[in-house]
Design a protein around this ligand. Structure first.
Ligand SMILES: Nc1ncnc2c1ncn2[C@@H]1O[C@H](COP(=O)(O)OP(=O)(O)O)[C@@H](O)[C@H]1O
Ligand SMILES: O=P(O)(O)OC[C@H](O)CO
Length: 495
């Protein structure tokens, strides 16, 4: 009887259930989308009940289609969209309000007030984060302040809160386990990443009762068992991590200095920094990568706001390509960018520029400019933005890095990957399985139940394609310099 590990990959737009075998190969995947709710400009919500049903349906469909008996599921792992938070009634299990999504900006004014009060440095040292509406803390505060009765119910011990991993765990275990892992806790802006506890000072500052928060556990541990009424048996839920940390684990970036970049709508770049947090002087985030084998490891994180999104803009906005994959063909149809640079600062620029008033530009256009040049320059911009973050990481961490491991939808683009290797001057490695988020959650769960062992896992990682840098140092320098010139012109545009 062959056994499998099932990973639940609960992302921002869909819930996937993926079965992996002992070789770490995907056996099958099922997914369900759920609604994005935009009640006001800048607000983003999810219906937590809909997420639970979507995740459960994807899981049940996977089990049915593979004709698995419960005994064939060695364990379940969960990766989630991080930061998004839900509060629910402990007795009825009903959410008191929609989940407030990581992208939601509604608490920006509250964050401005917190910054005004001069606690930025303290919060950074305690949590590794910058004060921002992105993180869960102010979202919890908003629900308690704005939904009648919630503050009182929370004070009376009738409310539970959690990121989506916690919500799924609580439902899967029939309300028995209210827990999360270190990596998710470290995205709430309430967790002290040095002392490994919910931070009393920050909780007091935001008037959030600790009792509503989940217990924080290692990422690879037995969080609980599925309630038999759900899948017909008690199956261990043995791994949990935030999706970007899960991808770092799935890429087996287990040594300090190893980096992965996920090229999706945006890019999420994480570098393993080992067992000590490294604080950035350039507003990169310090976060917990995972807790495993009795210790906690940390990562530095930087994100690019517009990566695959700029390819979508070529397709849907400019309508100069028919589909995302075609961007490669167009980029390769010209010998170079023809002097054209695109800075896709549609919603400002993140690290290391941190300019919310930056706006996009296309510069260097001449009479000879063709659409192929613009497509090529757009793909190149994804690589340049990644380069800027990696340069910053190297300065902050002073850790040498040898290569970059890649995943996410846009890493299928060979032109982009080759240009990325060229502009970084290091090898870019693409694994055969690009479902690395799910794989990371599966590994965490499988390690806990003895399905895999950590040493053997390292041998499993063989890239399916390695992109070697071919560009001369001089050309790399010239291109990067022109890119930085273009960025300068985009800064502050909307101020
Ligand atoms: N071959 C390709 N070349 C460039 N971009 C691509 C390619 N395939 C997909 N993309 C981009 O990747 C993104 C989808 O990747 P995915 O990892 O599913 O993103 P997310 O998880 O953020 O939704 C889209 O923005 C799309 O434009
Ligand atoms: O669900 P994704 O892939 O969009 O990732 C979301 C990020 O983890 C948010 O921090």
């Amino acid at each position: 009887m062959e056994q499998y590990i099932i990973a639940l990959d609960e992302g921002t737009t869909s819930c996937r259930a993926v079965a992996f075998n002992r070789e770490g190969c995907t056996v099958a995947m099922r997914s369900r989308q759920f609604r994005q709710i935009y009640p006001q400009s800048g607000w983003v919500e999810h219906d937590a009940m809909e997420i639970w049903n979507a995740q459960l349906n994807a899981l049940k469909e996977l089990i049915r289609d593979l004709d698995l008996s419960p005994a064939q599921i060695a364990a379940i792992g969960i990766a989630d969209q991080r930061e998004t938070v839900v509060l629910w009634d402990k007795h009825t299990g009903k959410p008191v309000y929609n989940a407030i999504v990581w992208q939601c900006r509604r608490t920006a004014p509250l964050c401005d007030d917190l910054k005004q009060s001069g606690i930025t440095e303290v919060v950074h040292k305690k949590t590794g984060l910058v004060i921002d509406a992105y993180f869960s803390a102010t979202k919890i505060r908003w629900i308690m302040d704005n939904i009648p009765g919630v503050k009182e119910a929370a004070a009376n011990g009738n409310i539970l809160a959690g990121t989506i991993d916690t919500w799924l765990l609580w439902n899967l275990t029939g309300g028995k386990a209210h827990a999360t892992d270190y990596s998710n806790a470290s995205r709430t802006m309430l967790y002290n990443i040095n002392e490994l506890c919910w931070d009393e000072d920050i909780l007091n500052m935001l008037d959030i009762p600790q009792a509503i928060l989940p217990e924080v556990k290692p990422s690879s541990c037995t969080f609980g068992y599925t309630d038999p009424s759900i899948l017909g048996a008690s199956i261990p839920i043995a791994g949990i991590a935030g999706d970007q940390q899960a991808a770092l684990f799935g890429q087996l970036c287990l040594q300090p200095g190893m980096i992965k970049n996920t090229y999706g709508t945006g890019c999420f770049i994480l570098m393993n920094t080992g067992d000590k947090p490294i604080y950035s002087s350039n507003n990169l985030l310090t976060t917990i990568a995972w807790g495993i084998d009795g210790k906690v490891e940390y990562a530095l994180e930087g994100s690019v706001f517009s990566a695959g999104a700029s390819v979508q803009w070529l397709r849907d906005g400019l309508k100069i390509i028919d589909n995302a994959a075609q961007s490669q063909q167009y980029a390769e149809a010209v010998a170079d960018n023809g002097g054209v640079y695109v800075v896709p600062a549609f919603t400002g620029l993140g690290a290391p520029y941190w300019d919310m008033y930056a706006r996009g530009l296309i510069i260097g256009i001449s009479r000879g400019t063709q659409r192929q040049h613009i497509v090529r320059a757009t793909l190149e911009s994804i690589a340049y933005q990644t380069m800027d973050i990696l340069d910053t990481m190297q300065r902050d961490a002073t850790l040498p890095f040898k290569n970059l491991r890649v995943d996410g939808g846009a890493c299928a683009n060979d032109f982009l990957m080759q240009f990325q290797a060229d502009i970084l001057g290091i090898e870019v490695e693409r694994p055969p399985i690009v479902e690395t988020t799910a794989l990371g959650a599966a590994y965490l769960a499988g390690l806990e139940v003895g399905y895999w062992n950590k040493d053997a896992l390292n041998a499993v990682w063989i890239p399916s394609k390695v992109f070697k840098p071919q560009m001369s140092d001089e050309q790399r320098f010239q291109l990067s310099q022109r890119w930085h010139e273009a960025v300068k012109r985009a800064l502050s545009w909307a101020r």
